[in-house]
Design a protein. Structure first.
Length: 151
């Protein structure tokens, strides 16, 4: 009768220990804690740059407003008239728009309408154009505008 060797040999490991898994999860959480805020900040900065590019002196909306004024002799009553023909018959005859592709371009990256005033209170020789910023409230610190102020 052959006896099998009673000494047991360890089977090769086929997985990770709990300690190894916790170590990897901990390292990933640590990396995420540093990386995620940077990505979020970069996204907000990109949105602010998009607004400045739209409402700045050479911005797309500013240029469309200037072209509207050049063609009609006056600033639009509302920004929607950069896309739609104005109701005033005299102005509508001179209107050669649309000056902007569609109404969606008149929303800021936070999906709020751009604010507009003509003639401007801050830019008395032109227009006031601004975004209410990420909070969507007018007159707060995160507003972005086309005039210089004390902020």
């Amino acid at each position: 009768m052959n006896r099998k060797n009673t000494k047991r040999t360890k089977a090769p490991r086929k997985g990770f220990t709990l300690l190894e898994i916790l170590l990897v999860v901990g390292l990933l959480a640590l990396l995420a804690a540093f990386a995620i805020p940077n990505f979020i900040t970069q996204g907000e900065e990109a949105k602010k740059k998009m607004v400045r590019a739209a409402i700045g002196p050479n911005g797309t909306i500013t240029q469309a407003i200037d072209m509207y004024k050049f063609n009609t002799g006056q600033y639009p009553e509302e920004l929607k008239y950069l896309v739609e023909k104005p109701r005033d018959d005299d102005v509508a005859k001179k209107w050669t728009g649309p000056y902007i592709k569609d109404l969606a371009m008149l929303k800021d990256p936070w999906d709020n309408d751009y604010m507009y005033q003509a003639p401007g209170q801050r830019n008395q020789d032109g227009i006031d154009l601004w975004s209410k910023g990420a909070d969507g409230r007018d007159g707060t610190e995160d507003d972005i505008n086309n005039w210089k102020d004390d902020r």
